[in-house]
Design a protein around this ligand. Structure first.
Ligand code: ADP
Ligand code: MG
Length: 240
C-alpha cells in the first residue's frame, strides 16, 4: 500500500500534528504578513535537513546571503560551515529570473527556464529541501489574475516533475475575507498550507499557526500559539 513519506519540518510540536511531517517531495505553502515568522520557519526547515545530512537550497528574493546568515545566527544556527561545505546554497531569485527585464508591461518570466535552471542546480547539489522565500517573484506576471493562476499551477507542477526536493514556498498573507491577492499562491495547488498570524490573546498579541491544509493528513482544525526562541526557532505551544 502506498504511504505518504514524511519530512520533518524541524518545528517542535508541528510534526506531531501532521502525522510525522510534511509530505515528502511536495510543495508546502507558508503564508503570513511581514514579521509573522515565514523566514524563520523556512530556515528551521532547512536546518533540520542539514543536521540530518540533507542538503538544502534557500532562494531569497528580498535578502542577501549575509542577511540570511545573520538572521540564522541570531537564532543560534551557524549556517556558514554548511555553506562552505556546499551543503547549503543561499541564492538570489534574480539568478533564475534572468529573463525579467524590459518595460514593466512586458515583464514575463519564462517559468520553464527559471525552474529548469533551478532544477539542474538542485540535482547537481543533490538537495533534498528547497525554499523559495518568497515564491512570489517566480509567479510574477503583470497580467490578469487567471494568467497568474496558470503560472502558479505551472510552477508547482514543474517543481514536482523536475525536482525530488520537498519545497517550502512562502507568500504574503491574503485577507481571509476578501479577494485573493494577485500574488497569493492558490492554496488548492499545494500539498500543504500553513498560515502564520498575530492574534490577540488575553490583551496581548501572540504568534499563531494554523494548518489550513495537509494532503493525506488528518489535521484537526485548530490554531496553535507559538514562540520564537533562541537556539530553537519556532516552538509550538499546545492547541487552543
Ligand atoms: N533571534 C531572534 N530571537 C527571537 N525572535 C526573533 C529573532 N529573530 C527574529 N525574531 C522575531 O521573528 C520576527 C520575524 O520573523 P520572520 O521570519 O523574519 O518574519 P517574515 O519572514 O514572516 O517577515 C521578528 O519580527 C522577530 O520578532
Ligand atoms: Mg521573510
Amino acid at each position: 500500500m502506498i504511504q505518504t513519506e514524511r519530512v520533518s519540518s524541524g518545528i517542535p510540536g508541528l510534526d506531531r500534528l501532521i502525522e510525522g511531517g510534511l509530505p515528502k517531495g511536495r510543495s508546502i505553502l507558508v503564508t503570513g504578513e511581514p514579521g509573522t515568522g515565514k523566514t524563520i520557519f523556512s530556515l528551521q526547515f532547512l536546518v533540520e535537513g542539514l543536521v540530518r545530512g540533507e542538503k538544502g537550497i534557500y532562494v531569497a528574493a528580498d535578502e542577501g546571503t549575509v542577511d540570511v546568515l545573520e538572521q540564522a545566527a541570531s537564532l543560534g544556527w551557524d549556517l556558514e560551515p554548511y555553506v562552505e561545505r556546499k551543503e547549503l546554497a543561499i541564492l538570489n531569485a534574480g539568478t533564475y529570473l534572468s529573463s525579467v527585464g524590459g518595460a514593466a508591461k512586458e515583464r514575463q518570466i519564462d517559468i520553464h527556464k527559471a525552474i529548469g535552471d533551478l532544477a539542474s542546480f538542485v540535482n547537481r547539489l543533490e538537495a533534498k529541501r528547497l525554499v523559495l522565500d518568497p515564491a512570489g517573484p517566480f509567479v510574477m506576471l503583470r497580467d490578469i489574475a487567471t494568467r497568474i493562476q496558470d503560472q502558479t499551477r505551472l510552477l508547482i507542477k514543474l517543481m514536482r516533475t523536475s525536482m525530488p526536493t520537498t519545497n517550502l514556498l512562502t507568500s504574503y498573507a491574503v485577507p481571509r475575507t476578501g479577494e485573493r491577492g494577485l500574488h497569493g499562491i492558490e492554496e488548492y495547488l499545494v500539498a500543504g498550507a500553513i498560515v502564520l498570524e498575530m492574534i490577540w490573546q488575553d490583551g496581548q498579541l501572540a504568534r499563531s499557526l494554523i494548518i489550513e491544509k495537509m494532503r493525506c493528513t488528518d489535521v484537526k482544525p485548530a490554531q496553535y500559539e507559538f514562540d520564537i526562541v533562541k537556539q530553537q526557532g519556532i516552538v509550538l505551544q499546545t492547541a487552543r
